[in-house]
Each structure stands twice: as structure tokens, then as C-alpha cells.
Design a protein around this ligand. Structure first.
Ligand SMILES: NC(=O)c1ccc[n+]([C@@H]2O[C@H](COP(=O)([O-])OP(=O)(O)OC[C@H]3O[C@@H](n4cnc5c(N)ncnc54)[C@H](O)[C@@H]3O)[C@@H](O)[C@H]2O)c1
Length: 271
């Protein structure tokens, strides 16, 4: 036999040396975890966000020896989003990985967002769709030629459990927390766009989604207790939980995985 001796080692399959990734929302909580993971794999990084703290890229470069540069763009602006991709390809000379992680997540103070259904506004609905879905479409379209030329093109879209299942309103009783319809619809759309694009860009570019469960971030104690009780793994997520799956999907270790939505939710959506 002996046929398997030509196989690459796992460390080689996960290696991203010489490749370039564009991570949107890279200055956010999960975005930074993704940047760290890709930098550790040897990837050069274009960290796109509305604002990127001055130290962030220097920290990534210092800790992982990776090239990291900020790309400051508001993704609600289509021309700016397209321009950002061209800018990255020009600056870095190539693009191998696109992570659509930025999202309009609103705030509790935003009117017409995290309120009961009757009070949710078409304006916040449009804002969510614009960043969470339209910007991902625009970036994928703009990046497709460079990703196709890469030889290792990979797109990872950040979905959500709420793009897959409906909210369990019992978790929210007695709290001021909400769960906007627009967020769920935008994430459901992004997951289906992932499937659509995976067959459209195959075989040159793989397209997958990662759908996080809720991340612990100071939620109301009643909510936290109910959420944890409903999670088979007994806790909410932490940012580190998303490193491994993005590291896998971005790399040749996932060379035969496309069109998938991987739920990283501690089993929350299984029952
Ligand atoms: N935190 C959770 O519980 C959770 C759960 C499920 C899915 N997700 C998804 O994971 C991803 C990351 O979430 P997070 O928790 O790190 O959120 P976050 O708010 O910490 O990070 C999102 C980043 O996107 C950036 N961003 C938003 N709008 C932008 C725009 N118009 N232009 C450029 N940048 C913009 C923000 O500035 C921010 O840095 C999102 O897609 C989110 O929907 C998060």
C-alpha cells in the first residue's frame, strides 16, 4: 500500500504562511479571536472595522510575528466596501481568505431594535440587512476574483443560532433584553447565501458559515441561568471557542468542506 505516505501533516494543512486574510469586524470581540487564530497560523491580516485601535495591529504583529494592517471602512457604504477589497489586494498583492464577521448588533438604547415585535422599526431592519447581509454579498463579489486566483480561496461567514432557530422567549422573561427579527432574518439569509455561493464559486473557493451561540457578556442573571440550563455544555460561549473552527475552515485542513454551516453553540440548538 504505502499510498498515505504522501499526505501532508496536520500542522502543514493548518499552515497559512504566505496567505492573506481580510477579517471584517476584526476589532470586535469574536473578530479579534479570529485575527489571533489566523495570525498564529502565519497568515497576514487586513483588519477591517469602522475604527481599529492603534495598538491592535502592532499587538498582533508583536505576539504572532504576522503582518497586520488596519482597513478603516463603514461597510454600510457599498463603494467603500468594494474599495476596501481592492485596497487590500493592492497592498498585500493577493487575497486568500475572507471572513465576514462584522455585524450590526444594535444596542439596547437603539430605538426600534431590541423591543417587542410591534415596536421594531423598518429602519433598524434595513440597517441590519445592509451590514449583515448586503455588505457580505458586496465583499464576496468584490473578492471573488482574487480568492479564485489564490488556489486556496476560503470564505467564512459568521451566522448565528438565531439564523437557524427561533428565539426561546422564556429565556427573556423579566429582563430588558430583546431579540430583533431583523438580526435573525439577516443571519438566516447569510447562511443561505453561504450555500448559494459555495456551489457558485466551486471548485476554486470554499464558502462556509460558523454560527455562534450566545457569548457571555454580562447578560441579565436570570437570562444567563436559563441559557446555561438549556445548553448541553452548560455555559455560554467565550470568544476563544471560535478560534479552532475558523482556523480549520480557512485552511487546507478543510479542503473538502464547503457549503456548510457549523454551529458552535455548546449543543444549544440540538434539542
Ligand atoms: N456575541 C454573540 O453572542 C454572537 C452570537 C451569535 C453570532 N454572533 C456573530 O458573531 C460576529 C461577531 O460578533 P461580536 O460578538 O464579536 O460583535 P462585536 O460587536 O464585538 O463585533 C462586531 C464588529 O463589527 C464591527 N462593525 C459593525 N458594523 C460595522 C460596519 N458598518 N462597518 C465596519 N465594521 C462594522 C463593529 O465595529 C465591531 O468591531 C457577528 O457577526 C455576530 O452577529 C455573535
Amino acid at each position: 500500500m504505502g499510498k498515505t505516505w504522501g499526505m501532508r501533516k496536520l500542522s502543514e494543512l493548518l499552515d497559512l504562511s504566505g496567505r492573506v486574510a481580510l477579517v471584517t469586524g476584526g476589532a470586535g470581540h469574536i473578530g479579534l479571536a479570529i485575527c489571533e487564530a489566523l495570525a498564529e497560523q502565519g497568515c497576514a491580516l487586513a483588519v477591517l472595522d469602522r475604527a481599529v485601535p492603534e495598538t491592535l495591529c502592532a499587538d498582533l504583529a508583536g505576539r504572532f510575528g504576522a503582518r497586520a494592517e488596519a482597513v478603516v471602512v463603514d461597510l454600510a457604504d457599498e463603494a467603500a466596501a468594494r474599495g476596501a477589497v481592492a485596497d487590500v489586494v493592492e497592498r498585500f498583492g493577493r487575497l486568500d481568505i475572507l471572513v465576514n464577521n462584522a455585524a450590526f448588533v444594535g444596542t439596547s438604547a437603539l430605538q426600534g431594535w431590541a423591543t417587542p415585535f410591534a415596536e421594531q422599526s423598518a429602519e433598524t431592519w434595513r440597517s441590519a440587512l445592509e451590514v449583515n447581509l448586503t455588505a457580505a454579498f458586496v465583499l464576496c463579489q468584490a473578492a471573488a476574483p482574487a480568492l479564485s486566483a489564490s488556489g486556496h480561496g476560503s470564505i467564512v461567514n459568521l451566522g448565528s443560532i438565531y439564523g437557524v432557530v427561533g428565539p426561546d422567549w422564556r429565556l427573556y422573561e423579566g429582563t430588558a433584553m430583546g431579540n430583533p427579527a431583523a438580526y435573525a432574518a439577516s443571519k438566516g439569509g447569510l447562511i443561505q447565501f453561504t450555500r448559494w455561493l459555495s456551489t457558485t464559486l466551486a471548485p476554486a473557493v470554499r464558502v462556509n458559515a460558523v454560527s455562534p451561540g450566545g457569548v457571555a457578556r454580562g447578560q441579565a442573571v436570570e437570562f444567563l441561568a436559563r441559557y446555561e440550563a438549556r445548553a448541553p455544555l452548560g455555559r455560554m460561549a467565550v470568544e476563544e471557542d471560535f478560534k479552532g473552527v475558523v482556523a480549520l475552515l480557512a485552511s487546507d485542513a478543510a479542503a473538502y468542506i464547503t457549503g456548510q454551516n457549523i454551529l458552535v453553540d455548546g449543543g444549544w440548538s440540538v434539542w
